[in-house]
Design a protein around this ligand. Structure first.
Ligand SMILES: *Cc1c(COP(=O)(O)O)cnc(C)c1O
Ligand SMILES: [Zn+2]
Length: 405
């Protein structure tokens, strides 16, 4: 296992604490895939409990005794026939990452990231976060007895996420700046070696997140969907999942690859703009704004990896409005009983839009990833709902209401 720059190809020792290459390029973890291929088969994988650690040979861990886990991953892949029918689709699945220990896919990354911190022997970890990263990091640092510092950007933070970060005992600091400012500051602390940085620029987190791709294949009985649709913020997850699919193909578990399709909010869509131009680089959005706070990101750190995932898979990117997001969030809850936070619903909103545009074929086998639980952002859900009806304690009135259902 080594760390390798995706831009200039420079290699770094596995144990070197470094987040980006000297040249500024992003790093990724590279394995000896021939060796993995010899050790792993579909049968050996299936003998283990489903979740991130089912795929141990693909994980950047030297000493399995150092693993910090809350049993992340193994989330349900729901076949959504009601919603498929509503949208005139043949086969639709939702991979519900809200079912992770702290309620988002960030746990898949943190189990690996905090395990790495454990192997390195660091005592303090930190991140800048719009919410779910901090909730997850706070939980895994509690589990492993580390100190945790969390920088939140100015503006609204979803209450569920804030409650988690505070309750797991992290030092939570809100700065008077946006997400990118917060990231800049925490990166400086990491450069001074005052903490181990667990933002999505950290390549080890993405190693955990790639198991979403592994599990989708595993749960489809080693078949590969035509398309995977997911929300894109810092663009780590789309990059990670693409890496997962590629590694499964490289090691002979699957033969095909899905089209990676990223969805952003109208007010924060640098990746979408780049894809529409066929550009290799993004132009950052100075003032990102959307109800979907988890993807309110103007300058996605993993943009180069994400653009590669989209271009080389033959996928695409599209943006959706806040209204479309809320509509999709309700639709998913009311047709399938799956309650997700606004950012997560953008995958469904994007699916609807791309169907209308004729970009997605109704015969495709599609997996939408819902990234976080609905209770993460109770305010957004309540604002989008009708108020409860108030009545006197009168059974007649109640019966009448029942008839109107
Ligand atoms: C972090 C997060 C995203 C965005 O993922 P990226 O890897 O930053 O693109 C989307 N939805 C939810 C719920 C998240 O927590
Ligand atoms: Zn480099």
């Amino acid at each position: 296992m080594i760390q390798k720059c995706i831009r200039c190809g420079k290699e770094y020792d596995f144990d070197e604490i470094i987040y980006t290459c000297e040249c500024g390029g992003l790093l990724e973890i590279v394995y000896d895939y021939e060796a993995i291929k010899e050790k792993v088969s579909k049968e050996t994988l299936r003998k283990r409990e489903i979740g991130v650690w089912r795929y141990l040979e693909y994980m950047p861990v030297k000493d399995p005794k150092k693993i910090v886990t809350l049993h992340e991953g193994g989330t349900p892949l729901y076949k959504c026939d009601n919603l498929a029918k509503e949208l005139g689709l043949k086969e639709l699945y939702v991979k519900n990452e809200g079912a992770n220990p702290t309620g988002s896919f960030k746990d898949r990354g943190m189990t690996v990231g905090v395990t790495r911190a454990n192997e390195l022997g660091v005592k303090v970890v930190g991140c800048a976060s719009t919410g779910n990263t901090s909730a997850s990091l706070a939980a895994y640092s509690a589990r492993s007895g580390k100190k945790c510092i969390v920088l939140l950007p100015e503006g609204k933070v979803a209450l569920g996420k804030l409650a988690q970060a505070m309750f797991y005992g992290a030092k939570v600091i809100q700065i008077k700046g946006n997400f990118d400012d917060a990231l800049e500051m925490v990166r400086e602390l990491a450069e001074k070696k005052l903490l181990y940085l667990l933002n999505s620029v950290n390549p080890f987190r993405l190693e955990g997140q790639k198991t979403i791709g592994f599990e989708i294949c595993d749960q489809l009985n080693w078949e590969v969907p035509d398309r995977v649709i997911l929300p894109v913020g810092n663009a780590g997850n789309i990059s990670a999942i693409w890496k997962g699919f590629k590694e499964f193909r490289e090691t002979g578990i699957i033969d095909e690859l899905p089209k990676m399709t990223g969805i952003q909010a109208e007010g924060a869509k640098p990746i979408v703009d780049a894809v529409k131009k066929g550009a290799k680089e993004i132009i950052p959005e100075e003032h990102p704004e959307t109800i979907a706070t988890a993807i309110r990101i103007g300058n996605p750190v993993n943009a180069p990896k994400a653009l590669d995932a989209i271009y080389s898979s033959g996928g695409t990117a599209e943006s959706v409005t806040d209204e479309e997001i809320i509509h999709a969030q309700k639709l998913l809850a009311r047709t399938e009983g799956i309650f997700v936070e606004p950012a997560s619903a953008s995958s469904i909103a994007g699916l609807i839009k791309l169907l209308d545009m004729g970009v997605i074929d109704r015969d495709e086998r599609i997996v939408c990833i819902t990234t976080g639980h609905g209770l993460k952002d109770p305010d957004a859900a309540i604002r989008a709902s009708e108020k409860p009806i108030e009545i006197e304690c009168d059974i007649k009135v109640l019966e009448k209401l029942l008839m109107e259902l």
